[in-house]
Design a protein. Structure first.
Length: 599
């Protein structure tokens, strides 16, 4: 075992992880490339002039790369990483950047050279950023914009920081190894739309110091094993140090294969990316999958509700991946789609957060656009399951609207799924338990966390920590549902209650825009149930009305006892609600004993 493997996995855990990373039946999905660099090289050779990556800033479309242009930029950057910085296979680079083509090029340049990327969310606080920089053992750090100065301060003297800057409204992408004074322009750096050959700076972009001759372009090693580490992504929990999820190139290729296979994506498909690419959803779904199919992607620096549908139409996108929060934003804007030609568009992929039946209904009524709901985690590379795309309208409504929760669908070919009890024993249909998975899209392990690995892989499956159940469909497939995080279960008087159940009731109350059930400390029952509510625009719904509506659907023990109103919900950068951050708001009711006045 390599040093990192020994530090991360106890000997007794290693065979359990090996089992969890393979299917228990048949042959595993075959990918059409030995490694990511070879895949990119093949795409550039086969379709050099085909657009691969278009980019939108807040002001509109900025630039576009063909496969050949993007591949040239990646080769040039790989040469810098290997030749100038002396990085070698197995080393890691960290990124503290937003969505832009240069960040995408960093990823693929690193993978082509056998390096791993540790993406860091710029929204994390300094303590967490510093922890990730130390824990990831990154050799260099890429930073941009407002994060550049912050990165240099947090990185310390031993970690070179590679920065970018902007002049006169144009992007100038420069390599700067702190404290090095020179800023050589990277060959193949992105060019604004309409500019001449890639990498040729305009006079306004001339570097302030002499440019060293570019090193010989780098050719990806086709013999690089697919087991080479590709990503070290850190979980975004609200308490404790984040855990580093280690994914190899085979993980990324396999999950991209399964996503493309499930949705029947091909070379004529064009994705739109509005999610942050420091997260596996943005990286695997909307960068790797288009590359895998030979398609293309329209990358946005940020999601903008005002231009979402227009850009989909103008760019002739066929699909987009979002989180439920973005569906809510689109519903709130309520834009008419009749003004747009969306004839090329097929469907929306949605996951990475709790989708309520109320929101699914509202979006369907407003737009009539099909949402293909799915589920997955960083630990399973990204998606583990989706609703089938071939469901007719009645079947789609059945699984999305009629079960109390929108189904997260059926397992993709990269993994199998089950529901287990606390002892690792499969439970019966309809019974709640822990969602578990195994297959070649399961992570390698948590980095340097043998304790977490021993717990997570205790039964030879990846244990998700999510509660759920399954129901067998008339088509013979098992349809899965998620009902909450096991650690978020509200334990009132020794009885477990899923907050997702209560969320569904709250969200269906007239006048409620969005709501979350919150388990808060209570001296009488251990935990009690509160509700954090955002009113719909113009609504005057009161706390008493909300409590009464809940009592019509839920028993007293499971009903909220306190309602607090707010305008914003704490969410991660990918739109996941951070329920735990609301708990302190209910501290005033810690010693209150709530009684059922109707009895």
């Amino acid at each position: 075992m390599a040093t990192n493997d020994i530090e991360s996995v106890n000997p007794e855990t290693a065979p359990l992880i090996e089992t969890a990373r393979h299917l228990s039946y048949g042959s595993e999905p075959l990918v059409r490339a030995q490694n990511i660099g070879a895949l990119l090289a093949d795409r550039a050779a086969a379709t050099p002039d085909k657009p691969f990556l278009a980019y939108y800033e807040e002001t509109g479309r900025v630039c576009e790369y063909t496969y050949a242009e993007f591949y040239a930029a990646v080769r040039a950057l790989s040469a810098r990483l290997v030749g100038e910085l002396g990085l070698r296979p197995g080393d890691r680079v960290a990124t503290l950047r937003g969505n832009d083509p240069y960040t995408v090029a960093i990823y693929f340049a690193a993978w082509s050279a056998g390096l791993a990327v540790a993406p860091i969310n710029g929204g994390e606080d300094d303590e967490r950023v510093a922890f990730i920089l130390r824990n990831s053992e990154a050799r260099v750090l890429f930073a941009s914009g407002a994060n550049a100065e912050r990165a240099a301060r947090l990185a310390g003297d031993d970690l070179p920081v590679l920065t970018t800057r902007a002049e006169n409204g144009r992007a100038e992408y420069a390599l700067e190894a702190v404290p090095q004074a020179t800023r050589p322009i990277l060959p193949g750096s992105i060019r604004p739309t309409g500019q001449a050959s890639p990498g040729a700076p305009t006079p306004a972009e001339e570097p302030s110091a002499p440019v060293e001759p570019a090193p010989r372009p780098f050719a990806p090693d086709r013999a690089l094993p697919a087991t080479t580490e590709a990503l070290l992504v850190y979980t975004s929990g609200t308490t404790g140090a984040p855990k580093g999820v280690v994914l190899d190139q085979a993980n990324l290729l396999t999950d991209a294969h399964s996503i493309a296979e499930w949705h029947r994506f091909g070379p004529n498909d064009r994705a739109m990316c509005v999610l942050p690419i420091h997260h596996v959803n943005g990286t695997v779904v909307t960068l790797m999958t288009p590359l895998y199919t030979g398609g293309s992607v329209v990358l946005h620096r940020k999601f903008h509700v005002s231009t979402f549908w227009r850009t989909l139409a103008e760019e002739r996108c066929t699909w987009v991946s979002v989180v439920p929060t973005l569906l809510a934003f689109l519903c709130e804007r309520g834009e008419s789609l009749s003004q747009y030609d969306l004839s090329a568009f097929r469907h929306i992929i949605c996951g990475a957060g709790p989708l309520t039946t109320e929101l699914a209904h509202r979006f369907d009524a407003a737009f009539g656009v099909r949402v293909v709901h799915g589920y997955g985690l960083s630990e399973t590379t990204c998606y583990s399951c989706f609703l089938p795309i071939d469901l007719d309208a009645p079947a789609y409504r059945h699984w999305m609207f009629d079960q109390g929760f929108p189904s997260i669908g059926c397992p993709v070919s990269a993994n199998e799924m089950a529901i287990h009890d606390p002892g690792g024993v499969p439970v019966a249909e309809g019974e709640r338990g822990e969602i578990v998975a195994r297959g070649p899209n399961v992570m390698k392990y948590y980095f340097k966390r043998p304790d977490a690995n021993a717990d997570t892989f205790a039964d030879g499956w990846f244990r998700s920590g999510d509660e759920g159940f399954f129901r067998r469909g008339e088509d013979g497939r098992d349809y899965y549902f998620i009902t909450g995080r096991l650690k978020e279960l509200i334990i009132r008087g020794g009885i477990n209650y899923s907050p997702f159940d209560i969320d569904e009731v709250l969200s269906a109350i007239p006048g409620v825009q969005a709501a979350m059930a919150v388990g808060f400390d209570n001296a009488v029952y251990g935990e009690e149930i509160g509700a954090y509510v955002q009113r719909a625009p113009g609504s005057q719904v009161t706390a008493d009305e909300i409590l009464a509506a809940c009592r019509e659907k839920l028993p007293f023990a499971k009903s909220p006892k306190v309602v607090l109103f707010g305008d914003e919900f704490p969410v991660t950068s990918t739109g996941k609600y951070q329920r735990g951050r609301l708990i302190p708001l209910f501290a005033a009711w810690r010693d209150t004993q709530f009684r059922d006045e109707r009895r």
